[in-house]
Design a protein around this ligand. Structure first.
Ligand code: PRE
Length: 400
């Protein structure tokens, strides 16, 4: 927290109520009060237990609760309860993730490409954003939806979000959001994910009873965590789990996260490479407001989503449009058609059957600039009830 002070004036009264409650991912204490300087430049955030700011005498000093001058006694005692000293200066200086409430407040210095990712500093998604866009300004977002919205509202230029992992499988939420939003896939990036078991200094592996992490990360370390007999608890992201363990100085709880998160949050690494397979790779999508012009100068991939009529062999027919043209499919995923998950239809026995309705997401190895890809999609359109091209983009052919 900065050491400047903000005086209270008649025109800028202190807020009477709690400004925001932290989300599951925000492990700063229970309540956050924000104060803005009159110039609007400096924002001071006090994170407290529940406080009424009925102080009408003094000023709040941003240097910390020990410097609080002339404030309400309630505020003072609340600040005393707040475990301030568990947070290092660096930890407090970290950017707070964007939440949907921040989305009406655009900030940009206009210089570096701003790239949204889900999680807090030290998340694998941050590394993926930096790999996809070297020298970018990686912008943390609380949720996947927030990252989509941040691009749509021009708060950031791109988003980099996980879509599948070689051990844990698909990140279904992002498949659903791809359809709900109108962003374009402009690239992909693969990241080798090497998980560590982190804990506070002085804690031994035998002391641990629980472990916190992102559900995908917990799933990728299933064997190790089972062997250790640890109770798993889901958090919004791996680095958020590390931050929580550090902030609360937990002694019986570890986190599954990256070695970068260990450094940022001052934790020790109890075990390295704890994922079930050493080849653990997450594929991330690069998303933008505008599509890129597909080329043929390098290997391209195209991602589409479609739905089909109910009937024998329709999915076979849909996939055949690619096989007929020697186009290789790299991924197929089906998701419930949420607007209309069940369809009633006359069945051959004269009754009324109910079918689940699906959306099919397919990635294929061809550029939309290739005639064969255009022909395949024209063919598919003849019987698909819905078809959207999500993007045609250069393949990440690196080994990670
Ligand atoms: O929690 C993180 O650090 C993330 O970046 C999220 C995420 C995911 O959603 O799959 C990304 C990569 C790993 O597969 C584990 C977790």
């Amino acid at each position: 927290m900065a050491a400047s002070s903000v005086a209270r004036s008649a025109t800028t009264p202190l807020p009477r109520h709690v400004v925001s409650k932290p989300s599951h991912a925000d492990h700063l204490p229970k309540t956050t009060l924000s104060f803005e300087s009159r110039s609007g430049r400096r924002r001071i955030v006090l994170a407290l237990a529940s406080v009424r700011s009925d102080d009408n005498t003094g000023k709040i000093d941003g240097g910390g609760h020990r410097n609080l001058v002339g404030g309400a006694s309630e505020l003072k005692s609340a600040l005393e309860d707040f475990p301030y000293d568990v947070v290092s200066k660096d930890l407090r200086a970290l950017p707070r993730p964007l939440s949907s409430t921040h989305l009406s407040n655009p900030v940009s210095d206009g210089s570096r490409l701003r790239v949204a990712y889900q999680g807090v500093r030290g998340a694998y998604s941050e590394s993926a954003a930096e790999k996809a866009y070297p020298n970018c300004e990686a912008v943390p977002c609380e949720q996947f939806d927030t990252a989509f919205e941040a691009v749509e509202r021009w708060l950031v230029d791109r988003a980099v979000l996980p879509i599948e992992n070689s051990l844990g499988g698909s990140i279904h939420r992002n498949y659903d959001l791809l359809l709900r939003h109108s962003l374009h896939i402009v690239g992909e990036v693969k990241l080798a994910v090497r998980h560590c078991l982190l804990a506070n200094h002085g804690v031994e592996i035998e002391d641990l009873k629980r472990v916190l992490s992102h559900p995908q990360a917990l799933a990728q370390c299933e064997n190790t965590l089972t062997k250790l007999g640890l109770v798993r608890e889901a958090m919004d992201d791996t680095a958020g789990a590390a931050k929580h363990v550090a902030f609360h100085k937990l002694k019986d709880t570890g986190a599954v996260a990256s070695s970068t998160a260990a450094v940022i949050y001052g934790l020790q690494i109890l075990a390295q490479d704890i994922q079930d397979d050493s080849d653990n790779v997450t594929r991330f999508l690069m998303l933008a407001r505008e599509p890129i012009i597909p080329g043929t100068d390098k290997p391209f991939k195209t991602s589409i989503v479609f739905s089909l009529e109910e009937g024998p062999g329709v999915l076979f027919k849909a996939l055949a449009v690619f096989a007929l043209r020697q186009i290789n499919l790299t991924k197929i995923e089906s998701r419930p058609l949420r607007m209309q998950p069940l369809r009633a239809s006359d069945d051959s026995n004269g009754g009324l059957s109910k079918y689940f309705d699906y959306l099919f997401y397919v990635d294929f190895e061809a550029s939309m600039a290739d005639q064969s890809a255009q022909n395949a999609l024209r063919h598919l359109k003849e019987f698909a009830t819905f078809l959207r091209v999500l993007g045609s983009y250069p393949m990440d052919t690196s080994m990670t």
